[in-house]
Structure formats: structure tokens, C-alpha cells
Ligand binder design. Sequence first.
Ligand code: NAD
Ligand code: DAO
Ligand code: ZN
Ligand code: ZN
Length: 369
Amino acid sequence: MKTRAAVAFAAGKPLEVLEVDLEGPKAGEVLIELKATGVCHTDAFTLSGEDPEGAFPTILGHEGAGVVVEVGSGVTSVKPGDSVIPLYTPECRECDFCLHPKTNLCQKIRSTQGQGLMPDGTSRFSLDGKPLLHYMGCSTFSNYTVLPEIAVAKIREDAPFDKACYIGCGVTTGVGAVIFDAKVEVGSTVAVFGLGGIGLNVIQGAKLAGASRIIGIDTNPDKAEMATRFGMTDFINPKDVDMKTTEAVIDLTNGGVDYSFECIGNVNTMRQALECAHKGWGESWVIGVAGAGQEISTRPFQLVTGRSWRGTAFGGARGRTDVPTVVDWYMDGKIQIDPLITHTLPLEDINTAFDLMHEGKSIRSVILF
Ligand code: NAD
Ligand code: DAO
Ligand code: ZN
Ligand code: ZN
């Protein structure tokens, strides 16, 4: 079939919206009509050429929501008409990782997904007879896409696609890091470095968990208003404080926070986030993805004295199991998404969504098909 898609032909070039060819689903695969997709920093990171795994030409996008159109043989968990969210972190429920209680990083299709291919080693997308690569196993910047069944979460039918798509990455990553991975307890103190699309979701996750104090840190003072609406109790702009950010957090919390989350992708703020965690028990969680070749450092004594340094991907969510729960939290009013969707655009204007992100004018832009 033909489908409209935004194609990334090369790093650093704007996307081109055109008709491409899409093969139907093979055994164990699902054809989905995307209704909406968010534009995330990771798409921009790959498009910039900074992503060591980035390969072109490709169809980017990994934060979508839509409807199942057709299923390949052997597919049992979804059927045509089901509302779904594509999963860049799949859940096969049978690999060593899925069977381990401490991780959500299913490895069943990791190697082919990393190469931009379906599990059989081929692509379903092509243009003029030449293959186009898939991206993060999702390629949601296409009106139609094909995914392995294990990379599809079935969600409730009353969830609006233009909001639910954000659960495919940003919402689950932030809220899930607090609830599924860190398991923040009622009354905890929390510091959040970076108040963008991820950090705001960490803040609302911390509020949902019952944190007593939520300290937000951002060099852009315009971020404070929305963060306060989402549950931030104290704001630190590193540019405005005389002391180091670490000391400012320690000052506010009588020795440091129980949990800190780095939501920027900067190795210096990762260090600050670790070092403002409380001696003896403080946990610091890295969410931000640093540029290729970057390294983190601290004095090992920070760890010897009881701080832990951890990382989290997709909020620790097991996609097929936990994404429907996050959708319920939204539909039940436990978490907010609507104020975070600052722009909606047609696919033809997708490059504007990248511009808005780079100019710091959007929290999340959503493309409506
Ligand atoms: P964003 O650009 O919306 O937010 C980053 C915020 O950090 C901005 O508000 C910016 O003003 C602030 N900032 C920048 N430098 C700062 C500094 N030195 N000190 C204080 N504040 C600073 O980005 P986002 O969409 O929220 O994504 C954040 C990170 O999370 C990115 O690195 C992204 O790749 C990563 N991410 C990780 C996962 C995961 O599963 N681990 C998933 C999605 C995104
Ligand atoms: O299993 O080795 C692996 C890969 C897991 C990928 C997890 C993605 C981490 C965050 C990247 C940014 C997401 C948009
Ligand atoms: Zn993302
Ligand atoms: Zn698995």
C-alpha cells in the first residue's frame, strides 16, 4: 500500500513529506493507522546526526497512537479496530529480560530494531524500490506503520489519540521513572533537574507518589510556572544562586533529597543530581541521554557514603502491561497531559515542530494525521 510519511533522507536535513510504499504485516506483525504522534527530543537527536545508532534514509517518530488495521498470521493479542500505542521498548514476556523482575529492557528484537529493521531483517517501507529504515521499531511519522505484535500496547478505546500518543514516550518515561523504577515513597523529598517534557512528568509522578517536597532546577525561569502547576514546591535557577546548585538543594532539604532525577542529558547536571542526594540513602536516577562519547564522573566516596546512581529507560514500564495503566491514570485525572501539548500540527508542518522544540517554545508538539 501507499502511505504518507515524513522521510529523513540524511542527518541535518529537513524531513520531506511524501508517499512511500508499505508492505503489509507478515507473521506476528501488525499494521497500524497512526492518528497522532508526538515529536520528541530523541527524534531531533537522531536527525541531528549526534545519535551513534542513527541511520538514514529513515522514517523517524516513536511517540504515536492509532488503530490496528490488519494483523499478520499468529497475532492474538490485538485485532483490527483496537486502539494501540507503539512501543519502542517491546515486551515479549518470554526473554531473559522480560522474565527478570528488575528490568523492562526486553531484548527479543533488540538487534534488528537497532538496525532499523523488522525482526526478519527486512524493512516494510520503501521508496522507488529502495528500502527506507524503520526507527526505534515504531516510525510513527508515517500515517501507517507495521510493528511486531510484542511492540504494541492495546489501550482503552475512549482515550483520545492526540493526548494518548504522549504516553508512548514522554509521559511514561517521566511518571514511570518515579513510580515503576525509583518507587518513591509518600513523604519523600525529590529534586528534578530539567523541567522540559520529561522533567514535568517526573514532577507529576512525584506528586502522584505523595512526595512532600519537589524541587525543580532549570536555567530557564519560564519553566517554573508550569512546573508549579504540576506540583513543584521550590524552584532553583542555577544562574540566580550564589552557591552551587548542589549546595542550594542540600540547604533546602536538611542534607539532601531522598531522590533526584536528571532530565537534561548533561553530564555535569548528572553529577550535581547525584551529589545532592542524601548521604546514606539518596538515590539519583539518570533519565537524560547524553551526547555520543560523553562520560560521567564523581568522587567514588559519594557512593561509599550511601548514595546510589541509577538509570531508567521508558520509565521502567513493561509496555504491554504498564502503558494501559498509565492511560487509565490520565483518563481518571490522576495525571495531566493536556497542558503539556502546546502545539498541534498537520504532518506537512512537521519541520515546524522541530523548530519550535529547538527554539524552546514548545513542551510537546503533536502531529495529527
Ligand atoms: P527538554 O529540552 O524539553 O528539557 C530539558 C530542560 O533542561 C529544559 O527546560 C532546559 O531549559 C533545561 N536545561 C538545559 N540545560 C540545563 C542546565 N545546565 N541546568 C538546568 N537546566 C537545564 O528535554 P526533554 O524532552 O524533557 O528530554 C530530556 C532528556 O530526556 C533528553 O536527554 C532526552 O533524550 C531524554 N529522554 C530519555 C528517555 C529515557 O527513557 N531515559 C526517554 C525520553 C527522553
Ligand atoms: O535494550 O539496549 C537496549 C536499548 C533500550 C533502549 C531504551 C531507550 C532509552 C532512551 C532513549 C530515548 C527514548 C526516546
Ligand atoms: Zn521520546
Ligand atoms: Zn522480552
